[in-house]
Write a protein that binds this ligand. Structure first.
Ligand SMILES: Nc1nc2c(ncn2[C@@H]2O[C@H](COP(=O)(O)OP(=O)(O)OP(=O)(O)O)[C@@H](O)[C@H]2O)c(=O)[nH]1
Ligand SMILES: [Mg+2]
Length: 290
């Protein structure tokens, strides 16, 4: 499964350069870049290089995993990206209507191209789109639902440098059949931490203890009753995070005792936070960039 595969990716400078080169080649073939960001960490799941590249192309930002994100903070992000001049959608890609909403937005983006085609007396050309994003943001989910649902046939059209495969959605819209994979920005500690918290990059990139400490701090600050609701543990503002680990260990019947480092409880918190069982969170506050 794709999650598993991404565990083995390490972005050495060589990989990075290659990924960027492949991405640029793909960008050349399209009219629109569909940039997938995780709604729980829009800033950290954005590759800063892509923000700079393909600037002459239209961009549709899709904030994925809306079902796991904080709705209020997410709205602020939507506004910020719109202020930056992008088209924006926030979606749960697992919902049936998601591909349709993306298709509709892309057709709006196509109007300008078709107007140009008409002015030159050309038949309206299909608009072409490329799905991009860091690992685990939902690229395959989106491409598979688009392909499974609508595609007539995968078209093979020779391009300038090499053939590029397209998924034909309709006479108006085509997608490049493989996503542009972007490396996450591991070098920035805060970014790596946020991506690890939401389970988007392998947890072993940072000590589990650190990840869980951040999760607990965030959850306690944003939603003081969430830990009680999930684990039925009584805590106050004074309760330490270490104490919370002990309480959860006890509540779940884990080993406990002198030598317990509460790793089992940490794993539970990490897994349940990442899958939305503790609550809906967006770790970053919106700001306009470009
Ligand atoms: N809850 C929720 N889960 C989602 C959503 N979109 C995708 N997922 C899940 O997120 C996981 C990763 O999705 P993929 O489509 O494999 O992501 P990807 O971008 O192709 O990942 P790589 O192939 O590793 O680069 C899968 O388990 C999906 O089912 C969403 O909107 N909401
Ligand atoms: Mg994939």
């Amino acid at each position: 499964m794709s999650n598993q595969k991404s565990k083995n990716i390490h972005w050495y400078p060589g990989h990075m350069a290659k990924a960027m080169k492949e991405l640029e080649a793909k960008i050349n073939f399209v009219d629109v870049i569909v940039e997938l960001l995780d709604a729980r960490a829009p800033h950290s799941s954005r590759n800063p290089e892509l923000a700079k590249r393909g600037l002459n192309k239209k961009r549709l930002i899709v904030l994925t995993k809306k079902d796991l994100a904080d709705p209020h903070k997410l709205n602020e992000w939507i506004k910020a990206y719109e202020e930056d001049g992008h088209h924006v959608l926030a979606l749960n890609l697992l919902e049936q209507k998601a591909p349709e909403l993306i298709i509709n937005e892309l057709l709006k983006l196509g109007e300008e191209k078709w107007e140009r085609n008409r002015q030159r007396g050309l038949k309206p050309q299909p608009i072409r789109a490329l799905v991009t994003g860091i690992p685990n943001v939902g690229k395959s989910t989106l491409i598979n639902t688009l392909a499974g649902k609508k595609s007539a046939k995968v078209a093979n059209k020779p391009g300038l440098t090499r053939a590029q495969q397209y998924i034909k959605i309709s006479s108006q819209l085509e997608f490049i059949d493989t996503p542009g994979i972007l490396p996450p920005n591991y070098e920035d500690k805060q970014t790596a931490l946020h991506l690890a918290m939401i389970g988007t990059i392998p947890a072993d990139i940072l000590p589990l203890h650190e990840i869980v400490e951040e999760i607990l701090n965030h959850v306690r600050q944003e939603t003081p009753t969430a830990l009680f609701n999930r684990y039925k543990i009584e805590i106050t503002e004074q309760t330490s995070n270490f104490e919370i680990l002990k309480l959860i260990s006890f509540a779940r019947g884990f080993q406990g005792g002198e030598n317990d480092n509460y790793e089992q409880a940490e794993k539970v918190i990490h897994r349940e936070f990442a899958s939305g069982l503790i609550g809906k969170y967006t770790l970053e506050v919106a700001y306009a960039s470009k």
